[in-house]
Every structure is written in structure tokens, then in C-alpha cells.
Design a protein around this ligand. Structure first.
Ligand SMILES: C[S@@+](CC[C@H](N)C(=O)[O-])C[C@H]1O[C@@H](n2cnc3c(N)ncnc32)[C@H](O)[C@@H]1O
Length: 264
């Protein structure tokens, strides 16, 4: 009798554990499932995200203006291809390697950007950003660009990625990142985030997409957690620490900003 009870308790514990693990795995894979499938809704809940992708493209275009040789660009976290498109249309002489380890996101980019693959200007890597960078030669890439990817990284991982970005860039190469850079003023940052969350509710309740709302709120907890948050002052210091010069934060839009840095 006792034994039966013990076995039942164990079974309950095991099933509770595996369901917790399932939920945790689901939320660790930040861009799989609902967020990845319905990523286009981000444009409506966060218009700044589209603007940052545009600014990344403009900055790549500026980098290319006085260059004649073919220009190599690596994009970290290409996602569904919004930023990739902005980069590809920045200059005809550039070629792009788009890295993303989430197939639900990357497959959408593969579909919509096939034209550039056919032209030989776009290729994809399904590795994670750090592994992909580690496989590239030192001083080999002109520009490493990204939008809304680095803020998702756990802070130790991000530090390693920044060091790899510096190693892989050519001298005078540029790092260009449009992303969530948390405000140094924590109270202002919280207020801004609260307004952002209110916007998620307004748009997604009107669209009757409570499933997407749930996932973005859960995602935001990850972004805001102590081991992920990319606070402006520390982020810029980390770029300096790995060796970058001409570090510049511009176009701040609430919790979003464009950061550029040069490997002199
Ligand atoms: C918010 S999306 C941004 C996509 C696109 N740049 C944009 O602005 O729409 C972030 C992307 O980074 C990818 N990502 C997150 N962590 C990654 C990692 N460690 N390595 C490669 N890609 C990663 C996710 O799969 C996702 O597609």
C-alpha cells in the first residue's frame, strides 16, 4: 500500500517535472511557436522595431558610400528578414551572411529573400551567433550588423559575442546594432517599458490575439531580467573593453537605440 502511494507520488512528481520542463523549454526557445509564427505583429505592437531595422540599413549604406571593393556583411539574428532586407537594399556591392538559430524565423526569411539568394548576394547560417562567429576568420568581415538580437542574449554569452565581433571585423570595420538598450535611469526605463506593455495590450486585445500577448509578456520578462538586460552605460563600456573605438549611441526611441562602433 505504502509502496503504491510512493510510486504514485513519484509518477506525479515526474509528470509535474516534465510539464515544467516543457514549459521552460518552450519559453527558452524565445522565437519558436507563437512569437515566431506571428512575428509580423511586432510591427503593430512596436513600430520602433521596424524603424531600427531601417536605421541599420541606412547606416550600412553610409558605410558603403566610399567603398569600391565587394563588401562583406554578417547579420546576427536575421529572423524573418526585416533587417536583412534593409541591409541588402543598402548597397548593391554588398553580400550578406544571415545567422539565426531559430528555423521558424529563418525559414520565413529564406522564402521572402530568395531573390537575393539566387543573385548570390545572400547566404544563411543556422548556427547560434557565437558558434557562427567563431567559425569565421579574424579580420575578414567589413560590417557586422544586427537588430533586436543581442538584447536576448544572456550577459556572459553576449560578452563573448562582442569579443568575437571585434576579432572577425576587418580594421576599420563597423559594428551596427539597432536594439533595446535599457535606459541608465532605471525609473525612466520602467516607465517606458510600462507604456510599451500597455501598447501590447491595446493592440493585441483589439486583434483578439491573447495568445501572442501572453508570449510577448513572457518574453519581456526575459528581456528585463538581470542576467539579460542590456543597459546603455554597461553595453557601451563592454564595446570599449573589447577594443572598439568611435562608439556612438544615437536615435534613441524610448528603450530602443542605434549603436555603432569601429574597429580602428
Ligand atoms: C527579435 S528577432 C529580430 C529579427 C530581425 N532582426 C528584426 O529586427 O526583425 C531576434 C532574432 O534573433 C535570433 N536569435 C536569438 N538568439 C540567437 C542566437 N544566440 N544566435 C542566433 N540567433 C539568435 C532569434 O531566433 C530571432 O530570430
Amino acid at each position: 500500500m505504502n509502496q503504491g502511494l510512493t510510486i504514485d507520488q513519484d509518477a506525479t512528481a515526474v509528470s509535474a517535472k516534465s510539464s515544467t520542463e516543457n514549459i521552460s523549454n518552450q519559453y527558452d526557445a524565445l522565437f519558436s511557436s507563437v512569437i515566431g509564427q506571428d512575428y509580423y505583429l511586432l510591427k503593430q505592437i512596436s513600430p520602433f522595431a521596424a524603424e531600427m531595422s531601417r536605421l541599420v540599413g541606412l547606416t550600412v549604406a553610409k558605410f558603403c558610400t566610399d567603398k569600391t571593393a565587394p563588401i562583406s556583411v554578417v547579420e546576427l539574428g536575421g529572423g524573418t528578414g526585416i533587417t536583412s532586407l534593409s541591409i541588402l537594399t543598402a548597397d548593391e556591392q554588398l553580400s550578406l551572411l544571415s545567422i539565426d538559430n531559430e528555423p521558424i524565423m529563418q525559414n520565413q526569411a529564406k522564402q521572402s529573400l530568395q531573390q537575393w539568394v539566387d543573385e548570390g548576394r545572400l547566404s544563411f547560417s543556422d548556427q547560434d551567433a557565437l558558434s557562427a562567429l567563431q567559425s569565421l576568420s579574424s579580420n575578414s568581415i567589413d560590417v557586422i550588423a544586427s537588430a533586436y538580437t543581442l538584447h536576448n542574449f544572456e550577459s556572459h554569452y553576449r560578452k563573448q559575442v562582442l569579443a568575437e565581433i571585434f576579432r572577425v571585423l576587418k580594421p576599420n570595420g563597423q559594428f551596427i546594432n539597432g536594439d533595446r538598450y535599457a535606459l541608465n535611469d532605471m525609473s525612466a526605463h520602467t516607465r517606458s517599458t510600462q507604456i510599451e506593455v500597455a501598447g501590447y495590450f491595446k493592440v493585441l486585445i483589439e486583434l483578439n490575439r491573447l495568445d501572442v500577448l501572453e508570449h510577448w509578456i513572457i518574453h519581456l520578462f526575459n528581456d528585463e531580467s538581470e542576467n539579460h538586460i542590456m543597459r546603455e552605460a554597461l553595453a557601451l563600456q563592454q564595446l570599449a573593453d573589447v577594443g572598439f573605438k568611435q562608439i556612438n549611441l544615437s536615435h534613441r526611441l524610448e528603450v530602443n537605440a542605434l549603436v555603432t562602433a569601429v574597429k580602428e
